[in-house]
Design a protein. Sequence first.
Length: 195
Amino acid sequence: MPTPAQASWLLPLPLPPLLLLLTLSATGSDAVHCFTQYEESSGKCKGSLGNGVGVEDCCLNTAYAFQEPGSNLCQPCRSPQWSPWSRWNPCSVTCTEGSQLRHRRCIGWGGECPEKVQPGTLEWQLQACEDKPCCPEIGGWSNWGPWMPCSVTCSKGTRTRQRTCDQPIPKCGGQCPGEAQESEACDTKQVCPSE
């Protein structure tokens, strides 16, 4: 069984999950802040009965809950059991393989959770995650193509030329920086006939 400041790791195959147990100090007859209700959905204590109550006295009613001095962790007075797992944290990277964590806590009083785990113990799971299989890689531009003819046959207009993003081709959603087309003014040096 882990003691405070000790951790145990378990790595089943395949990769996920990796488990870490962190044990907080167990309560005895220490004075606590006693509450009339433990809210399962939020893990919060409700209905304060006051500070300085012995934990054994507070927990004569198994519907009650308590907080140790200096702690925001609400512990129900019922027999210890594991809380539901938290949601998985976001993946540590946005592309390729990363990792993510979730946790649960042994909560309750007057016993142990399964595997002889003390109340207050925090268990972490670590698993591999992959939002995208590869990271975007930028591509390169080809040389500019020839200028297209002027947009008009008399007076002044514009002409364009293009290049392609294939030197190399971008990978995994990457792009080429810059524009694929450019324009410039052109002058045909021809006077337009009047109508």
